[in-house]
Design a protein around this ligand. Structure first.
Ligand SMILES: [Fe+2]
Ligand SMILES: [Fe+2]
Length: 263
């Protein structure tokens, strides 16, 4: 069943933190690798609004259902970043505005390049860009949700597990919208299928690439997706990508991760 924008809007909202005791992390701190992963996730969740800025320069801004979705989506992602920031703060680490401002300042040139690339790609692709954007979003949300799931298992911290469970539930709503729109829009256009297949296989990189330093991307992928459970999580996403019109046998996640520089 197609997930409608009305269904998503009725569920969207600020992340519920009722009963989450962030002081638990002072009594039982997370291991260094889990904290390093949360720094990454904090920064990337807060970067969503910059990604949105670029998207609104494309034909996506002309579709009212897409813009309604993006309005709620960026709000939810911001609160994911805020919640993760509270975990970092409980460990005595900087989070929120000072950390985000420093990150954006350091990535000004890269961001300008990303904005320009998005505009050029959208101008070339025309209406097919929306199908590509919805597919790209689905892959990013599948990957993000799987990453949170792996972190929850690996860190083995009850309070973090509950926090991530709630975040993952909202990521699931994002997946529903992006994936159903990708399925519908790709199914209606063979040009969109070809463009999307080309863009994914040539340019897709793990969420946060181009925002976070390369060594951090390599660390995150190795920490979360190394080993049999990580490989199974990647293969599961590959099977989902395969089911999208025109995207079969891409082995997108498995191939991309295999070709990342060693951490
Ligand atoms: Fe999120
Ligand atoms: Fe999301």
């Amino acid at each position: 069943m197609r997930t409608t924008i009305d269904s998503y809007k009725s569920r969207a909202g600020r992340l519920d933190l009722e009963g989450i005791d962030f002081d638990d992390f002072r009594d039982q701190p997370l291991p260094p690798d889990a904290l390093r992963t949360l720094r990454y996730m904090h920064d990337v969740e807060h970067h969503t609004v910059c990604y949105l800025r670029d998207l609104l320069l494309t034909p996506a801004h002309q579709d009212p259902e897409i813009t309604s979705f993006l309005s709620c989506w960026v709000f939810e992602e911001m609160w994911h970043g805020e919640a993760i920031g509270r975990v970092l703060e409980a460990h005595g680490e900087p989070a929120g505005a000072p950390r985000i401002a420093a990150l954006r300042h350091g990535r000004r040139r890269q961001q300008a390049f990303t904005t320009l690339s998005t505009i050029v790609s959208a101008a070339f692709a025309g209406r097919a860009f929306i199908a590509l954007h919805m597919t790209w979003g689905a892959v990013n949300e599948w990957t993000t949700q799987a990453g949170y799931g792996r972190l929850s298992e690996t860190a083995g911290h009850p309070t973090l597990r509950e926090l991530l469970r709630r975040i993952m539930k909202q990521e699931g709503s994002h997946i529903d919208f992006y994936a159903s729109e990708a399925m519908r829009r790709l199914g209606a256009s063979s040009r969109a299928q070809h463009l999307t297949r080309f863009a994914l296989s040539h340019w897709w990189r793990p969420v946060g690439s181009g925002v976070m330093p390369e060594p951090e991307v390599g660390f995150l992928v190795k920490y979360l997706f190394d080993g049999p459970k990580g490989a199974e999580a990647l293969a599961r996403i590959d099977r989902r990508v395969d089911r999208l019109p025109g995207q079969n046998d891409l082995h997108l996640l498995t191939n991309t991760v295999a070709h990342l520089p060693a951490a």
